[in-house]
Design a protein around this ligand. Structure first.
Ligand SMILES: [Zn+2]
Ligand SMILES: [Zn+2]
Length: 403
């Protein structure tokens, strides 16, 4: 079967490349993926899949029904792609460049979508040999505000007992993948902290409460959470991304607004962070007679791979790519809303090597305005999705195993 799959992917490769390039030239932001969703729904429909469009707005779910089993129990694996682009101006030149000003597929979601379409084509041709179902999830708005959660609420995971998701990784060459055991990506929480002092004349500080001086101390004190409160072997990031306050060089500011992000891998540590930030802000403000307001937003949870999902990916990738090309990676402090699927069903999120072959393109990271991939990666990605689905359906641990 593996050789048949590989040969079919070779044949399909030009179509998958063409589809990826077309999507790359026509990027759409989160929850605006109407053109992309239309292409996806049409492709899946032509393959004879059951297609639900308009899921959570612009999401598309395709279901490939395999054979019924004598016991009636059937395995169902979901494969997920995200479809949205970023508000980035494409700085590449040439025919591949984005045709939409200020929008770009700088995170490879065009490739994810094209690869999942390719996998659907290959698996649809094998439907008479599949002892179970494959669900193809094309979700909107991974870059925010998040399409996975509303897709799940709309029933995207109904009956699913395993899920896989892959993401292009420009730091790995084509032919390698990266997998993390346990936590793969961080929670992406955010906060707004407003410091209120008392404004006044720049020459008379004794008559004012300088919100800028207090804010500066709060920024420094927040750094002690990671440096002094955390177990050095635990991981977290507290970043203040913006600081706004003040009116003029000779005016003492009455208010300063700080905005930041908090990244954690451990759910308990995640839960403890708002209270630490609150305590530090309250303490520093109290010391200076200022007051504060903290608004804390819990965004994507940490993406935590399941052992059974990691084992599936490692087994399949080891056979397809060779064990030496399956890298074990530490977690990244970036985030992914794939996390929500993994809260519901076992599965694995892994990195697909896609480093660009040209030296001048190499080294551009995800979200870079020059981002591009080696399109040979599309073949590998399609193959891993197909083989992952086959492995689970033909040899997997069965419904609800190790959930
Ligand atoms: Zn991204
Ligand atoms: Zn992404």
């Amino acid at each position: 079967m593996r050789e048949r799959v590989r040969a079919r992917i070779e044949e399909l490769h030009p179509q998958i490349v063409e589809r990826r390039r077309d999507l790359h030239r026509h990027p759409e932001l989160g929850f605006e993926e109407r053109r992309t969703a239309g292409i996806v729904a049409e492709w899946l429909g032509a393959l004879g899949l059951e297609v639900r469009a308009g899921v959570a707005g612009t999401g598309v779910v395709g279901r490939l029904r395999g054979l019924a089993t004598s016991s009636g129990a059937r395995r169902t694996i979901a494969l997920r792609a995200d479809m949205d682009a970023l508000p980035v101006q494409d700085k590449k030149r040439g025919p591949l460049a984005s045709e939409v000003a200020g929008k770009m597929h700088a995170c490879g979601h065009d490739a994810h979508t094209a690869m999942l379409l390719g996998a659907a084509s290959v698996l649809a041709e094998l439907r008479d040999e599949l002892p179970g179902d494959v669900v193809f999830l094309f979700q909107p708005a991974e870059e925010g505000p998040g399409g996975a959660e509303p897709m799940i609420a709309a029933g995207a995971l109904d009956g699913v007992d395993m899920i896989l998701g892959q993401h292009c990784q420009p730091s790995l060459p084509v032919g390698e993948i990266g997998v993390s055991r346990g936590a793969a990506l961080a929670a992406t929480d955010a906060f707004e902290l407003t410091i209120h002092g008392v404004g006044g004349h720049g020459a008379y500080p004794h008559l004012a409460t300088d919100a800028i001086v207090v804010a500066a101390q709060v920024v420094m004190a927040l750094q002690t959470i990671v440096a002094r409160n955390l177990d050095p072997l635990a991981s977290a990031v507290v970043t203040i991304g913006t600081i706004h306050g003040g009116y003029n060089f000779n005016v003492i500011a009455d208010v300063v607004e700080l905005r930041g992000t908090v990244r954690t891998l451990d759910p308990h540590l995640r839960d403890a962070m708002p209270a630490r930030i609150e305590a530090i802000a309250a303490g520093v403000c109290a010391a200076h007679g200022a007051r504060h307001e903290l608004e804390y937003h819990r965004k994507y949870p940490p993406t935590i791979n399941h052992e059974v999902g990691v084992a599936l990916v490692r087994r399949v990738a080891g056979e397809v790519l060779g064990a030496a090309n399956v890298r074990e990676l530490p977690p990244s402090m970036g985030g992914e809303d794939f996390a929500y699927y993994l809260q519901e069903v076992p599965g694995c999120f892994y990195w697909l090597g896609a480093r660009h072959p040209h030296p001048e393109q190499e080294g551009y990271a995800l979200h870079s305005p020059h981002f591009d991939i080696d399109e040979e990666a599309l073949k590998v990605g399609v193959q891993l999705l197909v083989e992952g689905a086959l492995e689970h359906l033909l040899k997997g641990a069965g419904p609800n195993a190790a959930a």
